[in-house]
Design a protein around this ligand. Structure first.
Ligand SMILES: C[S@@+](CC[C@H](N)C(=O)[O-])C[C@H]1O[C@@H](n2cnc3c(N)ncnc32)[C@H](O)[C@@H]1O
Length: 360
């Protein structure tokens, strides 16, 4: 399936972001990231975004790694002139060849690992409904598995959803909110493992929520509601679709304040730790009253966290500790269990802690 561009949706978000308090502007490293993505999305179509290393960097396998060029147009022009100059061009070509070969080798190992993990998962979830179109956007890591096309980058998200549903019945989850879902692979994992799911609310910074929405439109089981459809609303009432599809609200950060209604589950995977404490607190303040029964958090690498005993620690950039993230939800959801199955020890796969907080 082709991922279509619809830059008007991105432009509306960028225009409205300027009118929001600074809390709702991308923070720390995400502000640079946002500027770069904004430029790239105007220069490149989304048709092959999964194979565009610069666009997908930080989220998924975007093909052979390439240098991330500076935002300044004149610096990029100098770079391009340099790499095309005689002598240098030959060296760059040779490094490109080596990089391509190393990254193809890594990809084939990752695909093998993903097949092993899927074989294990299917024994626990024999009724999995694999969405058609996972390779949309030109994914470089697609492979065939038992008659389906899947992508290696999707498999960790199915494992994470599996960690949830092994401990918390899918019968109790018909709606969820996720902050920081990136390109939406976790949305597709929940759709695959949970036949009861009806509504998903995804909130991310404008360029990412735009890419995610356009990608998710490729799936016939989803109805994507984007920013242009909610922009003028004073309140966004979380409601299922009227035609039996799963409704996905694809929203920017400031829309959190407009949400009304209830969801069964709140999800955050490895993104609160990259935000400022104030932003995490604001999200928790808005999300707690909306969330009925559970919170699932994917926390930082436990080994890395041992490096610092402070609750809000600085590790190169601004990070919020796992302890602090849990505390944001533990008044309402005091009961906690660790649910990842030690996959990192077993496979060195998706290594981080996953916890579910509930109110019972
Ligand atoms: C490290 S990535 C994690 C992505 C995905 N959840 C995963 O586990 O692979 C962090 C995510 O947080 C998002 N993010 C950054 N700042 C944000 C903000 N202010 N509000 C919502 N999402 C944000 C990023 O765009 C990205 O999708």
């Amino acid at each position: 399936m082709e991922v279509n561009d619809q830059l008007s949706v991105l432009n509306e978000m960028l225009e409205d972001m300027g009118k929001q308090p600074s809390l709702y502007h991308p923070q720390a490293r995400w502000s640079r990231y946002e500027r770069r993505l904004e430029r790239l999305l105007k220069e490149h179509s989304l048709q092959n975004f999964r194979a565009n290393y610069e666009i997908t960097k930080g989220f998924t396998d975007g093909g052979t790694p390439r240098p991330t060029l500076p935002d300044s147009a004149w610096k990029r022009a100098i770079w391009r002139a340099l790499v095309r100059s005689p002598g240098v061009a030959q060296i760059v070509r040779e490094y490109g060849r080596i990089l391509a070969s190393v990254s193809n080798g890594r990809r084939s190992v990752e695909n093998c690992m993903a097949k092993i993990v899927m074989d294990e998962l299917i024994s626990q979830f024999p009724r999995i409904r694999i969405p058609q179109g996972l390779e949309s956007g030109g994914a470089p890591n697609a492979f065939e598995w038992r008659g389906h096309t899947i992508t290696a980058d999707w498999v960790p998200y199915v494992c994470r959803a599996g960690d949830l549903y092994r401990h918390h019945s899918a019968d109790n989850v018909s709606s969820l909110i996720e902050i920081g879902p990136a390109i939406g692979l976790s949305t597709l994992a929940h759709v695959a493992l949970n036949k009861n799911i009806k509504v998903i609310v995804n909130i991310d910074i404008p360029p990412v929520t735009y890419i995610c929405g356009q990608f998710l439109r490729c799936f016939r089981e989803l109805e994507v509601i984007d920013y242009s459809q909610t922009r003028k609303l004073h309140e966004i009432h979380i409601q299922p679709a009227s035609d039996g599809r799963v409704r996905v609200y694809q929203l920017p950060p400031w829309s959190i304040e407009k949400l009304r209604g209830e969801v069964d589950l709140f999800l955050n995977a490895r993104s609160f730790q990259e935000m400022t404490p104030e932003l995490c607190e604001n999200y928790a303040r808005n999300v707690n009253p909306l969330t009925k029964s559970a919170v699932m958090l994917h926390l930082g690498d436990p080994e890395q966290e041992k490096l610092d005993e402070n609750p809000d620690y600085i590790l190169g950039r601004s990070h919020v500790s796992s302890r602090k993230i849990i505390r944001l939800f533990s008044d309402k959801f005091p009961s906690m269990r660790i649910v990842d199955e030690g996959r990192d020890q077993k496979y060195n796969y998706d290594g981080h802690r996953a916890v579910i907080l509930t109110n019972s």
